[in-house]
Design a protein around this ligand. Structure first.
Ligand code: SF4
Length: 323
């Protein structure tokens, strides 16, 4: 599989005024992330709230400015794009957000919401645009009669289908889906998950899936990257990560997933809260919570170790011979 997009050593920082006495502080949201996203795959980014996964997705589509690094799409660094090139890039890369209600304009009929990206980005006639809109709404499992309704007239699951249809109207190659099912009722989540899977298989679409829900990842993702305090600490095929997690943080995340008929395994449970990204710990950023912490972990940053062709772990417990 060829790479559709590569992120190289990406840093994203922003200023927060939530410090002591309102003093401004630097939030280190993404800290040196490098990863490749292959054409036609679903790569999931997993981690606790506040680990930087949504900021990473927004930085890829340039809704958040990057401090440094590269984002390579079709051989070009998108961080160097001017306005025209960026507009063209965003036709190829679309985003689906967590809350479909806030991502749809409540005052616009669905037909106008779906027509808008085509009116802005193409020179198609109104009849051609309406034909595409009807195709896309049917593609996400809704009847075209719903096009003349407003967002409030739909359920949460239907609104997320509409948000996905809007992301599809420009025929993107790559979709960033940020917690696409977490705002939905459990009974509806499976429908949207299956829709994403169908779209990927039917159109060879590539997805970057941002989620904290490990069961969604297990069902949907081809590969998974585990993120902690703005860093990727482990990346690999979903099957191998779920069956043989290496990084102590990955083990803790997987142990926290309830399994029917089994007692919760507390041996690798995390204690303590995620440290603040304003005050990153020295050495390994996970050392304040790691059950396997060693003296070296408090002083030095662990290397990224390639333990197989498709698997990397950032931890002192592993070396290149140890898989
Ligand atoms: Fe734990 Fe040390 Fe590995 Fe960090 S480097 S995850 S603290 S063992």
């Amino acid at each position: 599989m060829d790479e559709i997009l590569s992120v190289k050593d990406l840093y994203v920082e922003y200023t927060s005024d939530k410090g002591i006495l309102g003093k401004k502080q630097i939030v280190h949201a993404v800290n040196g992330v490098s990863l490749d996203i292959k054409k036609g795959e679903i790569l999931a980014i997993a981690g606790e709230s506040g680990c930087g996964k949504s900021t990473l997705a927004k930085a890829i589509i340039q809704l958040e400015p990057a401090k440094s690094g590269e984002i390579i799409f079709e051989g070009q660094n998108t961080l160097k794009f001017g306005r025209k090139e960026l507009k063209n890039f965003r036709k190829h890369v679309q985003m689906v957000f967590q809350n479909p209600y806030s991502s749809l304009n409540p005052k616009m009929k669905i037909i106008d919401t779906l027509k808008e990206p085509l009116q802005i980005n193409t020179k198609l006639s109104n009849a051609e645009i309406e034909k595409i809109v009807e195709e896309k709404i049917e593609l996400v499992g809704l009847d075209k009669s719903c096009l003349c309704l407003y967002p409030h007239e739909f359920s949460g699951g239907q609104r997320q289908r509409i948000a996905i249809a809007r992301a599809l109207v420009l025929n993107p190659e790559f979709i960033l889906a940020d917690e696409p099912v977490s705002a939905l009722d459990v009974s509806i989540q499976a429908q949207i998950i299956n829709l994403i899977k169908e779209l990927k298989e039917k159109f060879n679409l590539t997805f970057l899936l941002i989620t904290h829900d490990m069961s969604v990842i297990k069902y949907l993702a081809d590969r998974v990257a585990i993120m902690y305090l703005g860093e990727i600490v482990e990346i690999g095929n979903t099957f191998s990560i779920f069956n043989n997690p290496k990084h102590p943080y990955t083990k803790a995340l997987l142990n926290a997933v309830p399994k029917i008929g089994k007692r919760l395994n507390t041996s690798n449970m995390l204690t303590g809260d995620l440290p603040s990204p304003e005050n990153l710990p020295q050495g390994c950023k996970f050392h304040t919570r790691c059950p396997k912490v060693m003296p070296v972990c408090r002083e030095s940053e662990p290397p990224v170790v390639k333990i197989s062709d498709s698997r990397c772990v950032k931890c002192f417990l592993y070396n290149n011979q140890d898989s």
